[in-house]
Design a protein around this ligand. Structure first.
Ligand code: NAD
Ligand code: UDP
Length: 329
Protein backbone atom coordinates (compact mmCIF):
# COMPACT_ATOMS: atom_id res chain seq x y z
CA UNK A 1 0.00 0.00 0.00
CA UNK A 2 1.49 3.33 -0.98
CA UNK A 3 1.54 6.12 1.60
CA UNK A 4 -0.37 9.37 1.16
CA UNK A 5 1.16 12.79 1.73
CA UNK A 6 -0.46 16.24 1.68
CA UNK A 7 1.87 19.03 0.53
CA UNK A 8 0.68 22.61 1.05
CA UNK A 9 2.24 25.34 -1.11
CA UNK A 10 2.52 22.67 -3.82
CA UNK A 11 2.53 25.17 -6.72
CA UNK A 12 5.41 27.13 -5.24
CA UNK A 13 9.13 26.75 -5.71
CA UNK A 14 9.95 24.27 -2.90
CA UNK A 15 6.47 22.70 -2.79
CA UNK A 16 6.60 21.67 -6.45
CA UNK A 17 10.06 20.08 -6.03
CA UNK A 18 8.76 18.22 -2.98
CA UNK A 19 5.80 16.94 -5.02
CA UNK A 20 8.26 15.64 -7.65
CA UNK A 21 10.35 13.91 -5.01
CA UNK A 22 7.45 12.15 -3.29
CA UNK A 23 5.86 11.12 -6.60
CA UNK A 24 9.23 9.65 -7.61
CA UNK A 25 9.29 7.69 -4.33
CA UNK A 26 5.87 6.15 -5.11
CA UNK A 27 3.70 8.21 -2.73
CA UNK A 28 0.13 9.30 -3.36
CA UNK A 29 0.60 13.08 -3.36
CA UNK A 30 -2.12 15.61 -2.67
CA UNK A 31 -0.95 19.12 -3.54
CA UNK A 32 -2.80 22.05 -2.00
CA UNK A 33 -2.37 25.69 -3.00
CA UNK A 34 -4.33 28.92 -3.41
CA UNK A 35 -1.84 30.25 -6.02
CA UNK A 36 -1.27 33.54 -4.21
CA UNK A 37 2.48 33.41 -4.98
CA UNK A 38 2.61 30.05 -6.77
CA UNK A 39 2.28 29.21 -10.44
CA UNK A 40 0.28 26.48 -12.23
CA UNK A 41 3.28 26.03 -14.51
CA UNK A 42 5.29 24.50 -11.64
CA UNK A 43 2.95 21.50 -11.32
CA UNK A 44 1.53 21.25 -14.84
CA UNK A 45 3.69 18.18 -15.51
CA UNK A 46 2.12 16.40 -12.51
CA UNK A 47 -1.55 16.89 -13.37
CA UNK A 48 -1.71 13.85 -15.68
CA UNK A 49 -0.02 11.54 -13.14
CA UNK A 50 -2.59 9.23 -11.46
CA UNK A 51 -1.01 9.44 -8.00
CA UNK A 52 -1.06 13.25 -7.95
CA UNK A 53 -4.15 15.24 -7.02
CA UNK A 54 -4.44 19.03 -6.79
CA UNK A 55 -6.77 20.81 -4.37
CA UNK A 56 -7.11 24.56 -4.82
CA UNK A 57 -7.68 25.85 -1.32
CA UNK A 58 -6.60 28.60 1.07
CA UNK A 59 -5.24 26.80 4.13
CA UNK A 60 -6.22 29.65 6.43
CA UNK A 61 -9.78 28.32 5.97
CA UNK A 62 -10.77 24.94 7.48
CA UNK A 63 -8.86 22.22 5.63
CA UNK A 64 -10.82 19.15 4.65
CA UNK A 65 -9.14 16.16 3.00
CA UNK A 66 -11.03 12.91 2.35
CA UNK A 67 -9.49 9.60 3.31
CA UNK A 68 -6.32 8.57 5.02
CA UNK A 69 -3.20 10.74 5.35
CA UNK A 70 0.19 9.47 6.51
CA UNK A 71 2.18 12.68 6.23
CA UNK A 72 1.68 16.44 5.85
CA UNK A 73 4.28 18.93 4.66
CA UNK A 74 3.17 22.49 5.40
CA UNK A 75 5.02 24.75 2.94
CA UNK A 76 2.29 27.28 2.11
CA UNK A 77 3.49 30.82 2.83
CA UNK A 78 4.73 33.82 0.92
CA UNK A 79 8.50 33.51 1.18
CA UNK A 80 10.15 36.54 -0.39
CA UNK A 81 10.46 39.93 1.30
CA UNK A 82 8.49 41.74 -1.41
CA UNK A 83 5.74 39.13 -1.27
CA UNK A 84 5.25 39.42 2.46
CA UNK A 85 5.41 43.20 2.28
CA UNK A 86 2.65 43.15 -0.35
CA UNK A 87 0.46 40.67 1.56
CA UNK A 88 1.38 41.07 5.24
CA UNK A 89 -1.93 39.94 6.74
CA UNK A 90 -2.13 36.80 4.57
CA UNK A 91 1.46 36.04 5.61
CA UNK A 92 0.58 36.23 9.30
CA UNK A 93 -2.58 34.19 8.74
CA UNK A 94 -0.97 31.35 6.81
CA UNK A 95 1.76 30.92 9.44
CA UNK A 96 -0.70 31.04 12.34
CA UNK A 97 -4.28 30.07 11.33
CA UNK A 98 -3.04 27.93 8.43
CA UNK A 99 -0.61 26.06 10.65
CA UNK A 100 -3.30 25.57 13.30
CA UNK A 101 -5.64 24.06 10.68
CA UNK A 102 -2.94 21.69 9.43
CA UNK A 103 -1.95 20.59 12.93
CA UNK A 104 -5.63 19.89 13.59
CA UNK A 105 -5.83 17.87 10.38
CA UNK A 106 -2.65 15.95 11.30
CA UNK A 107 -4.14 15.13 14.71
CA UNK A 108 -7.45 13.98 13.22
CA UNK A 109 -5.68 11.79 10.64
CA UNK A 110 -2.93 10.61 13.00
CA UNK A 111 -0.44 11.87 10.41
CA UNK A 112 3.12 13.05 10.92
CA UNK A 113 3.52 16.74 10.03
CA UNK A 114 6.62 18.67 8.97
CA UNK A 115 6.42 22.45 8.90
CA UNK A 116 8.62 24.83 6.90
CA UNK A 117 10.26 27.31 9.21
CA UNK A 118 13.07 29.64 8.25
CA UNK A 119 16.40 31.22 9.13
CA UNK A 120 14.31 34.40 9.55
CA UNK A 121 13.39 33.16 13.04
CA UNK A 122 16.94 34.28 13.92
CA UNK A 123 16.13 37.80 12.61
CA UNK A 124 19.25 39.96 12.21
CA UNK A 125 21.40 37.50 14.12
CA UNK A 126 23.88 38.46 16.82
CA UNK A 127 25.28 34.92 16.88
CA UNK A 128 27.23 33.71 13.87
CA UNK A 129 26.93 31.13 12.39
CA UNK A 130 23.41 30.43 13.61
CA UNK A 131 22.88 27.28 15.67
CA UNK A 132 19.44 25.97 16.52
CA UNK A 133 20.08 26.95 20.17
CA UNK A 134 20.12 30.68 19.27
CA UNK A 135 16.82 32.41 20.14
CA UNK A 136 17.16 35.16 17.53
CA UNK A 137 16.98 38.92 17.23
CA UNK A 138 13.68 39.83 15.57
CA UNK A 139 12.00 43.24 15.32
CA UNK A 140 8.39 42.25 15.99
CA UNK A 141 6.95 45.47 14.55
CA UNK A 142 9.23 45.92 11.55
CA UNK A 143 8.08 45.16 7.99
CA UNK A 144 9.69 41.71 8.06
CA UNK A 145 8.07 40.98 11.44
CA UNK A 146 4.93 39.65 9.73
CA UNK A 147 6.92 36.76 8.29
CA UNK A 148 9.38 36.23 11.12
CA UNK A 149 6.78 36.25 13.88
CA UNK A 150 4.34 34.09 11.91
CA UNK A 151 7.11 31.51 11.56
CA UNK A 152 8.07 31.79 15.23
CA UNK A 153 4.42 31.28 16.23
CA UNK A 154 4.31 28.36 13.80
CA UNK A 155 7.21 26.70 15.62
CA UNK A 156 5.59 27.33 19.03
CA UNK A 157 2.19 25.91 18.14
CA UNK A 158 3.84 22.93 16.46
CA UNK A 159 5.82 22.14 19.63
CA UNK A 160 2.63 22.62 21.69
CA UNK A 161 0.79 20.03 19.57
CA UNK A 162 3.78 17.74 19.92
CA UNK A 163 3.97 18.10 23.71
CA UNK A 164 0.26 18.37 24.53
CA UNK A 165 -1.27 16.00 21.96
CA UNK A 166 1.74 13.76 21.34
CA UNK A 167 1.57 14.62 17.62
CA UNK A 168 4.53 13.53 15.50
CA UNK A 169 6.02 16.82 14.33
CA UNK A 170 9.14 17.95 12.47
CA UNK A 171 10.44 21.52 12.02
CA UNK A 172 12.91 22.51 9.30
CA UNK A 173 14.61 25.91 9.48
CA UNK A 174 15.32 26.57 5.83
CA UNK A 175 18.17 28.91 4.87
CA UNK A 176 18.17 30.77 1.51
CA UNK A 177 17.45 28.13 -1.11
CA UNK A 178 17.49 28.62 -4.87
CA UNK A 179 17.02 26.82 -8.16
CA UNK A 180 14.68 26.32 -11.11
CA UNK A 181 11.02 27.39 -10.60
CA UNK A 182 11.79 30.41 -8.46
CA UNK A 183 9.56 33.24 -9.64
CA UNK A 184 11.62 35.62 -11.74
CA UNK A 185 10.00 38.68 -10.20
CA UNK A 186 9.71 37.57 -6.57
CA UNK A 187 12.42 40.08 -5.61
CA UNK A 188 14.76 37.52 -4.02
CA UNK A 189 18.34 38.21 -4.87
CA UNK A 190 19.02 35.33 -7.29
CA UNK A 191 16.01 35.81 -9.59
CA UNK A 192 16.51 39.58 -9.25
CA UNK A 193 20.15 39.52 -10.43
CA UNK A 194 19.57 36.89 -13.12
CA UNK A 195 16.48 38.68 -14.43
CA UNK A 196 18.38 41.98 -14.53
CA UNK A 197 21.29 40.37 -16.41
CA UNK A 198 18.91 38.78 -18.95
CA UNK A 199 16.96 42.01 -19.52
CA UNK A 200 20.15 44.05 -19.88
CA UNK A 201 19.56 46.05 -16.70
CA UNK A 202 22.06 47.01 -14.02
CA UNK A 203 22.34 44.68 -11.03
CA UNK A 204 20.91 46.33 -7.91
CA UNK A 205 22.88 45.63 -4.74
CA UNK A 206 21.07 46.84 -1.62
CA UNK A 207 23.17 48.67 0.96
CA UNK A 208 26.94 48.48 0.52
CA UNK A 209 26.70 44.76 -0.25
CA UNK A 210 28.71 43.66 2.81
CA UNK A 211 25.71 41.75 4.19
CA UNK A 212 26.13 38.01 3.72
CA UNK A 213 23.97 35.07 2.76
CA UNK A 214 24.66 31.34 2.26
CA UNK A 215 22.84 29.80 -0.68
CA UNK A 216 21.62 26.20 -0.82
CA UNK A 217 20.72 24.47 -4.08
CA UNK A 218 17.17 23.11 -4.16
CA UNK A 219 18.14 19.43 -4.63
CA UNK A 220 20.20 19.53 -1.43
CA UNK A 221 17.38 21.23 0.46
CA UNK A 222 14.81 18.65 -0.69
CA UNK A 223 17.11 15.80 0.38
CA UNK A 224 17.51 17.36 3.84
CA UNK A 225 13.74 17.79 4.25
CA UNK A 226 13.14 14.22 3.07
CA UNK A 227 15.60 12.83 5.62
CA UNK A 228 14.15 14.99 8.40
CA UNK A 229 10.60 13.76 7.74
CA UNK A 230 11.71 10.15 8.23
CA UNK A 231 13.94 10.89 11.23
CA UNK A 232 12.88 10.73 14.88
CA UNK A 233 13.88 14.33 15.60
CA UNK A 234 11.07 16.68 16.72
CA UNK A 235 13.09 19.83 17.43
CA UNK A 236 13.97 22.49 14.83
CA UNK A 237 16.86 21.69 12.54
CA UNK A 238 18.79 24.00 10.18
CA UNK A 239 18.99 22.94 6.54
CA UNK A 240 21.15 25.17 4.37
CA UNK A 241 24.55 25.51 2.77
CA UNK A 242 27.18 27.02 5.09
CA UNK A 243 29.19 28.49 2.18
CA UNK A 244 28.79 32.20 2.98
CA UNK A 245 29.31 35.12 0.57
CA UNK A 246 28.75 38.87 0.67
CA UNK A 247 26.04 40.18 -1.65
CA UNK A 248 28.58 42.42 -3.41
CA UNK A 249 30.88 39.45 -4.19
CA UNK A 250 27.84 37.47 -5.20
CA UNK A 251 26.78 40.18 -7.67
CA UNK A 252 30.27 39.96 -9.18
CA UNK A 253 29.92 36.19 -9.54
CA UNK A 254 26.62 36.72 -11.37
CA UNK A 255 28.22 39.28 -13.70
CA UNK A 256 30.82 36.65 -14.66
CA UNK A 257 28.33 33.81 -14.96
CA UNK A 258 25.90 35.74 -17.16
CA UNK A 259 28.55 37.74 -19.09
CA UNK A 260 26.39 40.82 -18.69
CA UNK A 261 27.93 44.12 -19.73
CA UNK A 262 25.81 45.98 -17.19
CA UNK A 263 27.04 47.66 -14.02
CA UNK A 264 26.49 46.89 -10.36
CA UNK A 265 24.55 49.77 -8.81
CA UNK A 266 23.83 50.42 -5.14
CA UNK A 267 20.37 51.08 -3.62
CA UNK A 268 19.32 51.68 0.00
CA UNK A 269 19.33 48.68 2.30
CA UNK A 270 15.78 47.52 3.16
CA UNK A 271 14.67 47.91 6.76
CA UNK A 272 15.82 45.06 9.07
CA UNK A 273 17.72 43.31 6.26
CA UNK A 274 19.87 40.78 8.19
CA UNK A 275 23.57 41.68 7.99
CA UNK A 276 24.85 38.13 8.18
CA UNK A 277 23.43 34.67 7.72
CA UNK A 278 25.12 31.29 7.76
CA UNK A 279 23.69 28.02 9.01
CA UNK A 280 25.52 25.88 11.50
CA UNK A 281 24.59 22.42 10.19
CA UNK A 282 26.33 20.31 12.84
CA UNK A 283 22.97 18.92 13.95
CA UNK A 284 21.82 18.04 10.42
CA UNK A 285 25.15 16.31 9.79
CA UNK A 286 24.84 14.30 13.00
CA UNK A 287 21.13 13.48 13.06
CA UNK A 288 20.31 13.24 9.37
CA UNK A 289 23.76 12.35 8.05
CA UNK A 290 23.09 15.19 5.61
CA UNK A 291 25.19 17.91 4.10
CA UNK A 292 24.90 19.87 0.85
CA UNK A 293 26.57 18.36 -2.20
CA UNK A 294 25.98 20.94 -4.95
CA UNK A 295 28.54 23.74 -5.26
CA UNK A 296 27.31 27.29 -5.79
CA UNK A 297 28.99 27.30 -9.20
CA UNK A 298 27.06 24.25 -10.41
CA UNK A 299 23.78 25.30 -8.80
CA UNK A 300 23.96 28.79 -10.28
CA UNK A 301 24.67 27.40 -13.76
CA UNK A 302 21.57 25.18 -13.57
CA UNK A 303 19.47 28.04 -12.26
CA UNK A 304 20.66 30.45 -14.92
CA UNK A 305 19.90 27.84 -17.62
CA UNK A 306 16.33 27.72 -16.26
CA UNK A 307 15.86 31.49 -16.33
CA UNK A 308 17.42 31.70 -19.81
CA UNK A 309 14.82 29.20 -21.01
CA UNK A 310 11.88 31.44 -20.04
CA UNK A 311 9.97 33.23 -22.77
CA UNK A 312 10.56 36.92 -23.53
CA UNK A 313 7.06 37.60 -22.27
CA UNK A 314 7.83 36.01 -18.89
CA UNK A 315 11.16 37.78 -18.70
CA UNK A 316 9.68 41.22 -19.25
CA UNK A 317 6.42 40.70 -17.35
CA UNK A 318 7.38 42.46 -14.16
CA UNK A 319 5.12 43.14 -11.27
CA UNK A 320 8.31 43.51 -9.21
CA UNK A 321 8.26 46.86 -7.50
CA UNK A 322 10.81 48.01 -5.04
CA UNK A 323 8.60 47.72 -1.97
CA UNK A 324 11.33 47.23 0.58
CA UNK A 325 12.90 50.62 0.23
CA UNK A 326 9.63 52.48 0.71
CA UNK A 327 9.12 51.31 4.24
CA UNK A 328 10.49 53.84 6.69
CA UNK A 329 12.04 52.72 9.96
P1 NAD B 1 6.73 30.15 -2.94
O1 NAD B 1 6.12 31.50 -2.80
O2 NAD B 1 7.32 29.76 -4.23
O3 NAD B 1 5.69 29.02 -2.52
C1 NAD B 1 4.73 29.19 -1.52
C2 NAD B 1 3.43 28.57 -2.01
O4 NAD B 1 2.44 28.67 -0.97
C3 NAD B 1 2.84 29.30 -3.23
O5 NAD B 1 2.51 28.36 -4.22
C4 NAD B 1 1.60 29.99 -2.68
O6 NAD B 1 0.59 30.17 -3.64
C5 NAD B 1 1.20 29.05 -1.55
N1 NAD B 1 0.38 29.68 -0.52
C6 NAD B 1 0.63 30.83 0.17
N2 NAD B 1 -0.36 31.09 1.03
C7 NAD B 1 -1.26 30.08 0.90
C8 NAD B 1 -2.51 29.78 1.53
N3 NAD B 1 -3.03 30.60 2.46
N4 NAD B 1 -3.16 28.65 1.18
C9 NAD B 1 -2.65 27.81 0.25
N5 NAD B 1 -1.47 28.05 -0.39
C10 NAD B 1 -0.79 29.17 -0.07
O7 NAD B 1 7.84 30.05 -1.77
P2 NAD B 1 8.96 28.94 -1.50
O8 NAD B 1 10.29 29.56 -1.64
O9 NAD B 1 8.64 27.71 -2.25
O10 NAD B 1 8.73 28.69 0.05
C11 NAD B 1 7.97 27.58 0.51
C12 NAD B 1 8.04 27.49 2.03
O11 NAD B 1 9.40 27.38 2.45
C13 NAD B 1 7.46 28.73 2.74
O12 NAD B 1 6.78 28.30 3.90
C14 NAD B 1 8.69 29.51 3.12
O13 NAD B 1 8.48 30.29 4.27
C15 NAD B 1 9.71 28.40 3.38
N6 NAD B 1 11.09 28.89 3.19
C16 NAD B 1 11.62 29.02 1.94
C17 NAD B 1 12.93 29.51 1.82
C18 NAD B 1 13.59 29.62 0.48
O14 NAD B 1 14.77 30.03 0.44
N7 NAD B 1 12.98 29.28 -0.63
C19 NAD B 1 13.66 29.87 2.95
C20 NAD B 1 13.05 29.77 4.20
C21 NAD B 1 11.77 29.24 4.32
N1 UDP C 1 19.32 42.02 -2.43
C1 UDP C 1 20.03 42.88 -3.24
N2 UDP C 1 19.48 43.22 -4.45
C2 UDP C 1 18.29 42.74 -4.90
C3 UDP C 1 17.58 41.85 -4.07
C4 UDP C 1 18.12 41.50 -2.83
O1 UDP C 1 21.12 43.34 -2.88
O2 UDP C 1 17.86 43.12 -6.01
C5 UDP C 1 19.90 41.66 -1.13
C6 UDP C 1 18.95 41.82 0.07
O3 UDP C 1 18.99 43.15 0.54
C7 UDP C 1 19.53 40.82 1.05
C8 UDP C 1 20.08 39.71 0.15
O4 UDP C 1 20.21 40.27 -1.15
O5 UDP C 1 20.59 41.39 1.77
C9 UDP C 1 19.17 38.48 0.07
O6 UDP C 1 17.87 38.94 -0.22
P1 UDP C 1 16.65 37.96 -0.50
O7 UDP C 1 15.45 38.81 -0.72
O8 UDP C 1 17.03 37.00 -1.56
O9 UDP C 1 16.48 37.09 0.81
P2 UDP C 1 16.56 37.36 2.39
O10 UDP C 1 17.67 36.49 2.81
O11 UDP C 1 16.85 38.80 2.67
O12 UDP C 1 15.24 36.94 2.87
Amino acid sequence: MSKTILITGAAGFLGSHLCDRFIAQGFEVIGMDNFITGDHKNIKHLLAIPNFKLIEHDVTEFVNVQGHLDYILHFASPASPIDYLKIPIQTLKVGSLGTHNLLGLAKAKKARILIASTSEVYGDPLVHPQTEAYYGNVNTIGPRGVYDEAKRFQESITMAYHRFHGLETRIVRIFNTYGPRMRLNDGRVIPAFMGQALRGEDLTVFGDGTQTRSFCYVDDQIEGIYRLLFSDYAYPINIGNPHEISIKDFAEEIVKLTSTKQEIVYKPLPVDDPMQRQPDITLARKILNWEPKVSREDGMKKTFAYFKGLSKEELFKSEHKDFTNHIKR
